[in-house]
Design a protein around this ligand. Structure first.
Ligand code: ADP
Ligand code: MG
Ligand code: MG
Length: 897
């Protein structure tokens, strides 16, 4: 570890390359050593060697083994101990470590170098046979598991039997003699599973361990983890050989893990767990009750102080929250690992902001460190407060555990990862994965589940780490749960929960509830998030607007930081029950007079809709799109209509009273007219039919009414002192002449209203670009439009010629599975096709109108990857649903960084 400077020089002082070569663990161990942090002597076998071994079909590359032995010699010199020596034996650990941290993915073998002979030497040296046999049996167990694939159970049950026989409950209470006996039993177990004797040659132990770590890179759980985390498969793992230090030599020894800040909340200060008189994995395995790191301050104040100091040094050096592993041997603190700590979304945001305020990082770095997904997490469901209060009062709290990963999750209990994946993925069920503890083999089930619940383990357990990384709500260490994996049920007291029963868990409080609890969307009032997003706002050049039709949505959008309304869909307003009859009357009207009357009835409604929106958006622009969908959407269902007619006709046949007959006939005539009109409006391809601007040209009174309502509302709120900036947007333009024609009619109405009201409104007139022809002729269209809004839902549909209403439930999914399409184009903008049309649209549009405002208002407006493309294309804004606004603000900043 003391040759880091030289290694750095060899790769042009590129820290990333060093991490690639030594793995994160190895690079950081050497780095810590250089910083003067106490690290046991050791060396790293590079990932290069691992890859050569794997590519060479399982043969060590030339000279590698000799180099490893030479490095071992250097450790011997450094420690004054000798590997395999019967007097003063050197023991080492063999630890995997890839470039990216893969918690618990590949195993570590501790105490390598112990044999029957060296054990005797260790006993003479330490005068502590209990410790030596405990260490020796661990070696047999770990070597068995990692190198030879021997299961843990026979070893663990041997320990359980020994404890039972001795009448003790804790491992630490077993005597030297009992551990000696267990060591012999372990050798027998080893032999019965492997058909070989436990190797008594330390060099052989080291060689086999090195090889096992190499091979574990391609083990199933490592491959699964890399797939889930998006880590490349060709990086390989390094192997770290580290002098053993012992946390299990008595009560002045300990081992633990600590984070420099709280990984769940981001709060400053050490957070972690430790065990007195224990070794390595005991803490993470959750076998013994761990102590909170705060307690170390009173139990071993000097070590605690030193740990705090090291935490400070490491944070200063790495400029990020660290996750550290340490061991205290007879009062001396040793650091065994450090890496950037995993954290929840909340913690990620708080730590990034705090670090700026502590002067450790810049605002740009803070913004870059938080992902759009993490911001999105603040918008995930949480339990409805009222529902939780009721559940608590109603005795529905089943148990409590550690709140290790926030968010609310509801689902059916499943006890096995494979089944969780099947239920969730293939049968679309909501599931919670419930396990005594989780292992790397369970990751696919954890990803499929809504939440994770374990009866064992702590804040640093596998379940907690993985849940945090993937943003899954999780509660762990619920010790009241008795899980019976054979009967597939669990009990708490005398209550039994079967597999398939509903449970709800709260990753914020650690509570587990019986049944399903109502969830709600949270408010994003987190002060750190607010600050981070303000920094993002100063970095980004794209504006972020919201798609909102109603004042409540507009209000939320504004609260979330939207800079205006990028899309208000006016037709939503037509579907409301008191308005629909007028809409239908308007559609049915054959005489201009009837049509005007129906529209006049609609006008006040529409005016109030707009006025409400303007009031909420005081001072900000509001883009109002005139009516878009085909008219038949407003008409009654044809099948129902035909049934009603049949029914009426039958009643006429049976009627005897003349008055009844008259009334029935009149009804039939009315319905028949509606039926005929509805049939007339039917189209084979309604999405390519009479809609958008075509409708406005066909029925100019309709769009005229909308514009009148808009300007009357604008004048009304202006009188109230509201500042209003309306923008009228025409949908589905395909030819410049359509726009020219509509604009003449509409601007005439606008001028008339402004004259009537004696108020001038500052407005703009523009169009959506959502058909390929519009994009291709954008220069002509821009002659009549002051702004463009790319309607990428329709533009994707018409560019691909794939119906977005059917595709996602049809062949598109199979296209994605077969990699015919790289991404779902309705979720992520298709750069090459749709993106190219947008580029042409922007370029041609601005060629005739340099100040042409361009934006996007499809679903893509909230997708980070699409936002990056919009930034690249030089758009002025993106518009998305209110709930995506915070995500878009951050994504737009990332695009600008
Ligand atoms: P992982 O990648 O799973 O965290 P590590 O290589 O960090 O595996 O090893 C797991 C644990 O084993 C460490 O946290 C540490 O407690 C213990 N350990 C590893 N090497 C040594 C050593 N040389 N001396 C003492 N304990 C060690
Ligand atoms: Mg491990
Ligand atoms: Mg570790």
């Amino acid at each position: 570890f003391d040759e880091l400077d030289q290694a750095m020089a060899n790769v042009g002082n590129d820290w990333d390359a060093v991490r690639g070569l030594f793995g994160g663990k190895g690079a950081n161990l050497a780095d810590m050593q250089r910083l003067g942090v106490p690290v046991p002597p050791g060396f790293t076998v590079t990932t290069e060697a691992c890859n050569a071994y794997l590519e060479g079909g399982g043969v060590f590359p030339d000279d590698m083994w000799d180099q490893e032995l030479r490095a071992l010699l250097a450790i011997e010199k450094n420690t004054g101990k000798i590997f395999g020596d019967s007097e003063n034996p050197l023991l080492v650990s063999c630890r995997s470590g890839a470039k990216f941290s893969m918690p618990g993915m590949m195993d570590t073998v501790l105490n390598i170098g112990l044999t029957d002979e060296t054990a005797q030497g260790m006993i003479r040296l330490t005068q502590d046979p209990r410790f030596v046999y405990d260490a020796y049996r661990r070696l047999i167990q770990m070597f068995g598991a990692v190198v030879m694939g021997v299961p843990d159970e026979p070893f663990e049950s041997a320990i359980d039997r020994a404890k039972q026989k001795a009448g003790v409950s804790a491992d630490t209470e077993l005597t030297a003699e009992q551990w000696h006996l267990l060591t012999e039993q372990f050798k027998t177990i080893f032999h019965s599973h492997t058909q070989i004797d436990f190797p008594q040659d330390p060099v052989e132990q080291l060689k086999m361990s090195t090889e096992a770590v190499f091979k574990s890179w391609n083990g199933r759980r490592a491959v699964d983890y890399r797939n889930a985390a998006g880590i490349a498969h060709d990086l390989g793992t390094a192997v770290n050989i580290v002098t053993m230090v012992f946390g299990n030599m008595g009560d002045d020894c300990a081992t633990g893990v600590a984070m420099t800040r709280n990984g769940a909340t981001g709060e400053p200060g050490l957070e972690g767990d430790y065990l007195i008189n224990a070794q390595g994995e005991d803490v993470v395995a959750g076998i013994r009750m761990t102590r909170n790191i705060d307690q170390l301050a009173t139990e071993m104040p000097e070590s605690y102080r030193q740990l705090q100091e090291i935490a400070r040094i490491l944070e200063n050096h790495y400029r990020d929250m660290q996750d550290m592993e340490f061991t205290i041997e007879k009062g001396k603190l040793w650091m065994l690992q450090t890496r950037d700590g995993k954290r929840t979304a909340q913690a990620a945001v708080r730590i990034a902001v705090d670090m700026v305020e502590e002067g450790r990082i810049t605002k740009e770095e803070a913004v870059a460190r938080v992902s759009p997904g993490q911001v999105d997490f603040f918008l995930h469901p949480q339990f409805d407060n009222q529902a939780v209060a009721e559940a608590r009062a109603g005795g529905k709290v089943l148990a409590r555990g550690l709140n290790v990963s926030p968010g609310a999750a509801v689902g059916k209990v499943v006890f096995e990862a494979d089944l969780a994946a099947t239920w969730a993925r293939e049968q679309g069920r909501q599931v919670l994965l419930v396990r005594p503890e989780t292992k790397p083999d369970d990751v696919h089930g954890m990803l499929a589940a809504n939440g994770i619940l374990t009866s064992r383990g702590g804040r640093t357990s596998h379940a907690a780490l993985v849940a945090r990384q993937f943003g899954k709500p999780a509660v762990v260490g619920v010790s009241d749960l008795q899980i019976n994996l054979v009967k597939r049920c669990m009990t708490v007291g005398d209550l039994t929960i079967q597999e398939g029963d509903w449970l709800s868990l709260d990753g914020n409080t650690g509570e587990v509830f019986i049944g399903q609890i109502k969830t709600m969307e949270p408010d994003i009032k987190d002060p750190w998030l607010i600050k981070l997003l303000e920094w993002a706002d100063r970095i980004r050049s794209l504006d972020v607007m919201a798609n909102a039709d109603y004042p409540v949505d507009a209000g939320r959008a504004r609260e979330y930081g939207a800079q205006g309304i990028g899309l208000c869909r006016t037709e939503h307003m037509f579907f409301e029950s008191e308005r629909l009859p007028h809409v239908q009357k308007m559609i049915m009207a054959t005489l201009p007079f009837d049509r005007r009357e129906a529209l006049a009835a609609l006008l006040p409604f529409q005016r109030e809709d707009f006025a409400g929106l303007f009031r909420v958006m005081d001072g900000l622009p509001v883009i109002i799109r005139l009516i878009d969908p085909p008219l038949h959407e407003f008409m009654p269902d044809l099948v129902e209509l035909i049934n009603e007619l049949a029914d009426l006709k039958m009643r006429v046949n049976h009627a005897t009273n003349m008055a009844d007959i008259d009334s029935l006939l009149q009804q039939i005539r009315g319905k028949e007219r509606i039926r005929q009109r509805t049939v007339q409006l039917q189209e084979q391809n309604p999405m390519l039919g009479l809609r958008g601007v075509r409708l406005g040209i066909q029925i100019p009174e309709l769009t005229g009414m909308q514009v009148r309502a808009l300007f009357e509302a604008a004048c009304e709120v202006t009188r109230e002192g509201i500042r209003v900036f309306p923008k009228i947007m025409i949908p589905l333009t395909t030819h410049a002449n359509e726009l020219k024609r509509q604009r003449e009619v509409l601007e005439e109405t606008a001028k008339k209203v402004m004259a009537e009201q004696g108020i001038t409104i500052d407005y703009k007139f523009g169009t959506m670009i959502e058909l390929p022809r519009a994009a291709l002729t954008a220069d002509r269209i821009a002659a009549h439009a002051e702004f463009f809004s790319f309607g990428t839902n329709d533009l994707t549909q018409t560019t691909f010629g794939i119906s977005r209403d059917d595709a996602e439930s049809g062949f598109l999914m199979s296209y994605l599975n077969q990699d015919i399409l790289p991404d779902n184009p309705f979720a992520t903008l298709d750069r090459d096709g749709v993106g190219e049309l947008m580029r042409i649209g922007v370029t041609k549009g601005r060629s005739v109108r340099p100040d042409l405002e361009c934006g996007i208002c499809g679903e893509h407006g909230g997708d980070p990857e699409s936002i990056a493309l919009c930034h690249e294309l030089g758009l002025d804004y993106v518009s998305c649903s209110p709930f995506r606004v915070p995500v878009a603000r951050l994504a737009a900043a990332h695009a600008a960084l």
